[in-house]
Design a protein around this ligand. Structure first.
Ligand code: FAD
Ligand code: NAP
Length: 532
């Protein structure tokens, strides 16, 4: 017998940064809400990614909500870039402070979501068979939540322990172990220096090197934390208007117009200051002009060669793609880690992993005996978590099918044919190219305002039009095509997942312009959406 559905006004899937704030805002509108979350706690990214070294790469002060002045005042960050446990504690604090948990079902994975055209209601079914019926469905499922798992032959025979960074359990101790780390994206680059200090021996399997800049992380004094809190509103105003959701003034000169010695000084100052925009902030055109990009690349490679003592290892660590067209990594001691006696870098491009045996990793030319294998293979980004759910809109059309050639949205927020369904930071929004806390708040505010507008104006339904969707997709592609981004195989383009359509997914136009586009849409009575 089918279980009776729980009836609510809105169902939100996911209880990370997005889902928590969505719940708070929808409750504020007087709606009944249920949040369905696969994990056993809140936090999303920060619940799952407990690997050693996990921390944010946007300064903690800015990688936080702004909606409550009390929250800003009461939570004190201990470091410039907080580590995972502190960010998780923050999100748990938010859940408690705004009494959010009572509307969240944990340990619940949504497997289907169906729209009933006649009744204008969504029905979501969970892995446990529970059913929820709601007028609105918000997918706050995360851009980086669908973890890529290893498919190396022989893994099932491995007698040691293997771990996924994106599903890291508590209580792992790598002290004195012989460890292999596979993957050198932002995750691997954060984990490797920490694991190297614990392990007896560490083998790093690198297929493609990445650019990484120093975090220059440090503890914040009470006085600094207080000053950051006092300046928070101004910082956030600047961040909202900026390209990347960070409180910095935009550069105003082309790298090619800056005298070389001055440009080198700007890069040097950025490298010393640390942070994700260390090099990109020097000039306007680092990711749009090939010649400008090459200068930044050369600077980064020179730094690697200066830090890493063995020239052959340094060369292997030198990336060759356009800098900034894959997410720049932000590290603490990454390159220096390869000066340690207990660390070995293996080029998994020229000497790929062929199999895992009972006691180690075998490549084409060598065998590495290990007790633990850490896989840091990344995510099926931006669309993976949505594709994991069978989402069927009006007329039973599946989202997976509509997106067979790549995702299509209006503003990354809504999809034609899927009425009353919203995405938070979906493909076509700045999301992963920005400070996500800023983007998430803006998206959630937009969704809440749209729902309030429907109710105030006597509408029951909102749906993106095909024409608006086509126009937005073209706009997103045109902007991307004017940059170097699409030239690089990255998870932004889906290139990291075999068979995934190659489409550049995020909106490169920047947070400020994106916000203005959203505000325009709302100011014109949700132009590009059909209300009925
Ligand atoms: P998530 O935090 O991913 O939450 C989505 C939730 O939805 C998850 O808990 C998941 O379990 C749940 N879910 C998904 N599918 C289902 C389903 N079918 N049923 C039920 N539940 C489901 N961004 C930055 O701006 N700055 C940073 O410094 C930064 N650091 C990062 C570090 C790491 C290690 C990673 C992986 C990402 C980082 N990001 C960073 C991006 C980060 O994902 C976002 O900043 C933000 O946390 C996303 O919040 P979210 O709520 O949208 O998604
Ligand atoms: P990622 O950037 O996609 O990196 C995955 C790594 O695994 C790459 O080095 C990739 O190599 C390698 N890999 C994948 N499959 C492999 C295989 N079969 N064999 C060998 N190597 C393989 O993933 P990520 O490091 O998890 O980062 C994803 C995103 O999460 C980041 O870009 C960032 O947005 C966010 N993040 C942020 C932070 C932070 O600093 N706050 C930390 C972690 C993550 P190839 O490149 O050759 O495919």
């Amino acid at each position: 017998m089918t279980e009776a559905a729980t009836e609510v006004d809105a169902v939100v899937v996911g209880a990370g940064f997005s889902g928590l704030y969505m719940l708070h805002r929808l409750r504020g509108l007087g709606l009944s809400v249920r949040v369905l979350e696969r994990a056993d706690g809140v936090g999303g990214t920060w619940f799952w990614n407990r690997y050693p070294g996990a921390r944010c790469d946007i300064e903690s002060t800015d990688y936080a909500y702004s909606f409550s002045e009390d929250l800003v005042r009461d939570f004190q960050w201990s470091e410039r870039y907080a580590a995972q446990p502190e960010i998780l504690r923050y999100l748990e604090h938010v859940a408690d402070r705004f009494d959010l948990r009572r509307d969240i079902e944990f340990g619940t994975r949504v497997v289907t979501a169906d729209f009933d055209d006649e009744a204008s209601r969504w029905t979501l079914v969970t892995d446990g068979g529970a059913r929820y019926r709601a007028r609105f469905c918000v997918m706050a499922t995360g851009c980086l939540s669908s973890v890529r798992e290893p498919d190396v032959p022989g893994l099932e025979r491995f007698e040691g322990t293997w771990l996924l960074t994106g599903r890291w359990p508590d209580g792992v101790d790598l002290t004195g172990r012989r460890v292999a780390v596979v993957g050198t994206g932002s995750t691997g680059i954060q984990a490797i220096p920490v694991i190297a200090r614990q392990a007896e021996r560490l083998y790093v399997f690198q297929r493609t090197p990445n650019y990484s800049v120093p975090a220059r992380n440090r503890r914040l004094t009470d006085a600094e934390a207080e000053e950051l809190r006092r300046g928070f509103a101004d910082r956030r105003r600047l961040a909202c208007a900026s390209a990347a959701g960070m409180p910095v003034e935009a550069p105003d000169r082309s790298a090619l117009a800056i005298p070389p010695a001055e440009l080198a000084e700007l890069f040097e100052a950025g490298w010393e200051r640390g942070g994700i925009d260390a090099l990109s902030h020097a000039a306007t055109d680092i990711v749009t002009e090939e010649a400008a990009n090459r200068i930044a690349q050369e600077f980064a490679r020179a730094k690697i060669r200066a830090i890493v003592r063995d020239p052959a290892v340094a060369e292997r660590l030198c990336p060759r793609h356009f800098i900034g067209t894959k997410r720049t990594c932000v590290d603490t001691d990454y390159y220096d880690t390869f000066n340690r006696d207990n660390v070995e870098l293996i080029d998994a491009r020229t000497d790929p992993i062929e199999e895992i045996t009972a006691d180690g990793v075998r490549t084409g030319s060598a065998f590495y005996a290990v007790d633990t294998i850490v896989f840091a293979l990344g995510f099926d980004a931006m669309t993976g978590a949505l594709r994991d759910i069978a989402i069927r809109g009006a007329g039973g059309v599946e989202l997976r099918e509509r997106w067979a050639a790549g995702p299509r949205t209006v503003l990354g927020l809504a999809v034609a044919g899927f009425p009353n369904m919203f995405l938070v930071t979906g493909p076509g929004s700045p999301s992963v190219l920005s400070n996500m806390a800023v983007s998430i708040e803006q998206h959630v505010d937009f969704i809440a305002a749209a729902i309030a507008y429907l109710d105030t104006n006597g509408f029951d339904r909102i749906e993106a039009t095909e024409a608006a969707e086509a126009a937005w997709v073209t706009h997103v592609n045109d902007l991307a095509d004017a940059t170097l981004y699409p030239a690089t195989a990255s998870w932004y383009t889906g290139a990291n997942v075999p068979g995934k359509p190659r489409v550049f997914m995020p909106y490169v136009g920047g947070c400020g312009p994106f916000r203005r586009a959203c505000d325009e849409v709302a100011a014109h009575g949700y132009e590009g959406f059909a209300l009925s």
